[in-house]
Design a protein around this ligand. Structure first.
Ligand code: B4P
Length: 191
């Protein structure tokens, strides 16, 4: 199994590049953002709890997202690898993920960390907000809070994986094709 994390701030291209990586390599895509938005759409209790936090640009509690990933791993036996998109977002989530993968005798091979300037992130998210219908993309102050949450709680996740020599930094500005090429080069050097 080849498991990877696509890492980066909100708007860095995780969702965009995940789609292409899945089409190329057949990984099972696990996006905690997508799972949470589906819970909201279905009006579940978990969705209701998540919505108010997401609308303010805050992270959903660790226990909730770790539980979602535990379920997703159980529901997908026999895949050739997982692509984690938007997870882990805290060190507690990273530690939990290592333990969960250990239960299946597997681990994370690489963390691909997309690097994008703050100005470009804000521009992309506001632009997506024009068409996405995502309430967390339309308001610049909510986008600012998401970037702050990233700096405060998520950026340190890269340091956690650096200790195990698993992080590759990828410039995330330029065309989607150029960035995809760099991601595939990193993956193919490790597969
Ligand atoms: P996510 O769904 O993970 O959303 P995101 O980080 O905003 O998006 P992403 O990074 O995938 O977007 P992309 O760049 O592809 O999270 C949403 C919320 O859910 C979080 O704020 C949090 O509240 C909650 N949540 C999720 N996971 C959680 C967890 N593990 N723990 C706690 N809470 C959690 O796309 C952005 C835009 O850029 C697009 O319009 C795209 O077209 C454009 N773009 C992409 N690449 C580009 C390029 N190269 N050039 C120009 N534009 C580009």
């Amino acid at each position: 199994m080849f498991n990877l994390i696509l890492f980066g701030p909100p708007g860095s291209g995780k969702g965009t590049q995940s789609e292409r990586l899945i089409a190329r390599y057949g990984f099972k895509h696990l996006s905690t953002g997508d799972i949470l938005r589906s819970e909201i759409k279905n009006g579940t209790a978990l969705g209701l709890e998540a919505k108010s936090l997401m609308d303010q640009g805050q992270l959903v509690p660790d226990a909730v997202v770790i539980g979602m990933i535990r379920t997703a791993l159980k529901e997908n036996p026999g895949v050739n690898g997982f692509l984690f998109d938007g997870f882990p977002r805290t060190n507690a989530q990273a530690e939990a993920l290592d333990l969960l993968l250990g239960e299946y005798n597997t681990s994370i091979q690489v963390v691909l960390a997309l690097q994008v300037s703050k100005t470009e992130l804000i521009k992309r998210l506001l632009n997506r907000g024009l068409t996405s219908g995502r309430t967390d993309d339309v308001n610049e102050s909510v986008i600012g809070s998401r970037i702050e949450e990233y700096e405060r709680k998520t950026a340190a996740v890269a340091d956690y994986y650096k200790k195990f020599n698993k992080v590759a930094y990828i410039p995330g500005e330029g065309s989607v094709d150029e960035i995809f090429k760099k991601l595939t080069e990193e993956i193919e050097g490790r597969i």
